[in-house]
Design a binder for this molecule. Structure first.
Ligand code: GLN
Length: 196
């Protein structure tokens, strides 16, 4: 599937956005940084990176960005990683927190312990191509998935990579590994959505 022409926004309010942009470039897509509601115009998909979801929520209070982004992710392909997944979830626990409520999952923030508990695992997933490296940094845990949410990878039997319609979400950081399969999966999803 050709992904050359795809312009993909990377939410760049805070957090690990530059590494996502680099991986997208490597795969032949055109990343553009999204800092204001106007930056959402003309993109075929959006990546919401890891970082600190509470800080991102603070930035989203400006210019009605939260409401505009909520409408955007309800219909346009969006890939959340870590904090981005927390923003996408319908339910956020530990503590409860406002979210865009687009993806029918419950997430518990910082569920694997403190910063020191951050870890790198390599495990089989349902993606072809063998074991996948997964970098977890103060990761949330997906404790519930709604109907229509497909689990593509797990850690200790909890989902860590899920897909539902136009949405993809990981509790780890695929942009910090050299394996580009997850970003390619998202680009394929965007291409499919754009042509349908
Ligand atoms: N602990 C962060 C949060 O709750 C997420 C960590 C990450 O994105 N690496 O927002």
């Amino acid at each position: 599937m050709t992904t050359n022409a795809l312009t993909i926004g990377v939410l760049a309010l805070q957090g690990a956005y530059e590494a996502h942009a680099q991986t997208l470039r490597l795969l032949g897509a055109a990343p553009t940084l999204v800092r204001t509601p106007d930056d959402l115009a003309g993109i075929s998909g959006l990546i919401m990176p890891g970082g600190e979801s509470t800080t991102m929520l603070k930035f989203l209070e400006r210019d009605n960005f939260f409401e505009i982004l909520k409408t955007f992710v309800a219909t346009t392909p969006t890939f959340g990683t870590c904090a981005g997944t927390i923003l996408l979830a319908t339910e956020v626990l530990n503590p409860t927190q406002k979210s865009l409520a687009a993806l029918d999952i419950a997430v518990e923030r910082n569920a694997y312990g403190r910063q020191i508990d951050s870890t790198i695992l390599t495990a089989e997933t349902s993606l072809p191509g063998g074991p996948l490296e997964m970098v977890f940094i103060r990761a949330p845990r997906i404790t519930r998935t709604g109907p229509g949410v497909e689990t593509l990878a797990t850690r200790d039997e909890f989902p860590v990579l899920v897909r539902s319609g136009h949405l993809l979400a990981a509790t780890f950081h695929p942009e910090l590994s050299s394996d580009t399969r997850i970003h390619q999966l998202f680009l394929d999803l965007v291409a499919q959505h754009s042509s349908s």
